[in-house]
Design a protein around this ligand. Structure first.
Ligand SMILES: CC(=O)N[C@@H](CCC[C@H](N)C(=O)O)C(=O)O
Length: 370
């Protein structure tokens, strides 16, 4: 693989930034995009994102390719020489790969223009609070109005050289979950005079998992995960505040509301039992990723005669705000094998860089053939 893409991937890897704060990342991408021949391209920024339109030689339709550009708030633990330079942040979901592949494909498309127009979307805030929905409503998107759209996501479990997708449902509906518990704290030796918010939040956490095991129809998949819990100030003070943060994943349309109703019923019981106040915020909600059957078929066909191996993907409870694009525009998402022993959102995620050229080939091939 060209050293150029390795360098770009590693430079991007060093500067992860969270949603709508991707200032250095946007500048890095713009510097590269401006170094390309400009005669047939139009570049527009949108918040911390970018649109790049490449005029096709005929231009009967417009094919869009989207990459996400944000990192995650997690301390990197890879010990790589090009590890994150931003303490507490890491490209732990592969968006550094996604961006490099987008730049590689853009370069190929600018140099050897296809007959149809191509639109590259560099989208902020995929991990939250969600850049796809507002980007979809933006003026440039309305102007370019693509006929089809696609995107990829790295998959640490798949070998390099393999891509994977499926028609129909690929990823779940999601909702974030933020809950605060507030009561009367006090001295550790006088629990009877206080309302212990660590006990309130812990009781909630145990009861929460009973929604999926006891209220949800077992034939309708759902996941509720708490990823963060914070409470208290010191070991001998009973905490007056606790906070939990998590995410809900569902497939069937009615399941999300059922789970949210269950959460609110549990919280009402917790308020009575612990004489406290609770407040719940559902943050960002993402629409499921539902792939167009015909376009997945064309994608598979575009890989025939290449060395890229296609396998059918199972549905996953992952979320992706790319689902909002697919709600309005026919398209699909696919997994790109990167063969890492550590998975997505892990502090040791270390995808195999040989997958970058596979990604570029799959993306350019799709733009030229869809
Ligand atoms: C591909 C991937 O890992 N996406 C994220 C999307 C997160 C959405 C939102 N912040 C939430 O947690 O609900 C994922 O965690 O699946």
């Amino acid at each position: 693989m060209s050293d150029q893409w390795l360098t770009i991937r590693r430079e991007l890897h060093k500067i992860p930034e969270i949603g709508f704060k991707e200032f250095k990342t946007q500048q890095y991408l713009l510097n590269y995009i401006h170094s390309l021949p400009q005669e047939h391209i139009t570049v527009e920024t949108w918040r911390t994102g970018i649109f790049v339109f490449v005029e096709g030689t005929v231009g009967n339709k417009t094919i869009a390719y989207r990459t996400d550009i944000d990192g995650l708030p997690i301390e990197e633990n890879t010990e790589l020489e090009y590890a994150s330079e931003h303490d507490g942040y890491m490209h732990a979901c592969g968006h550094d790969f996604h961006m490099t592949i987008a730049l590689g494909a853009l370069t190929d498309i600018v140099i050897k223009r296809p007959k149809d127009h191509a639109l590259f979307l560099f989208q902020p805030a995929e991990e939250g609070p969600g850049g796809a929905e507002p980007m979809l409503q933006s003026e440039p998107m309305k102007t370019y109005s693509p006929d089809a759209i696609f995107a990829l996501h790295i998959d640490p479990k798949l070998p390099v050289g393999t891509v994977s997708s499926k028609p129909g449902l690929l990823f779940a509906n999601t909702s974030e979950l933020f809950i605060d518990f507030r009561g009367k704290g006090g001295h550790a030796a006088y629990p009877h005079e206080t309302k212990d918010m660590i006990m309130a939040a812990s009781t909630f956490n145990i009861q929460l998992q009973q929604i999926v095991s006891r209220m949800r129809d077992p034939l309708k998949p759902a996941v509720v995960t708490l990823g963060k819990m914070q409470a208290g100030t010191v070991q001998n003070i009973i905490a007056e505040h606790a906070r939990v943060e998590g995410t809900i994943r569902t497939i069937h349309p009615d399941s999300m509301q059922l789970i949210k109703d269950g959460i609110e019923r549990i919280l009402s019981g917790i308020e009575t039992r612990f004489d406290c106040e609770t407040s719940v915020d559902y943050g960002a909600n993402y629409y499921m990723v539902h792939n167009d059957e015909g376009l997945v078929g064309q994608f598979k066909k575009s890989l025939e005669g290449t060395s890229i191996h296609y396998v059918d993907a199972p549905e996953a409870m992952t979320g992706e705000d790319f689902g909002y694009f697919l709600k309005e525009i026919p398209g699909f998402m696919f997994w790109l094998g990167v063969d890492s022993p550590y998975g997505l959102h892990h502090s040791k995620l270390n995808p195999n860089e040989d997958a970058i050229s596979v990604g570029i080939e799959a993306v350019t091939g799709t733009i030229r053939s869809v």
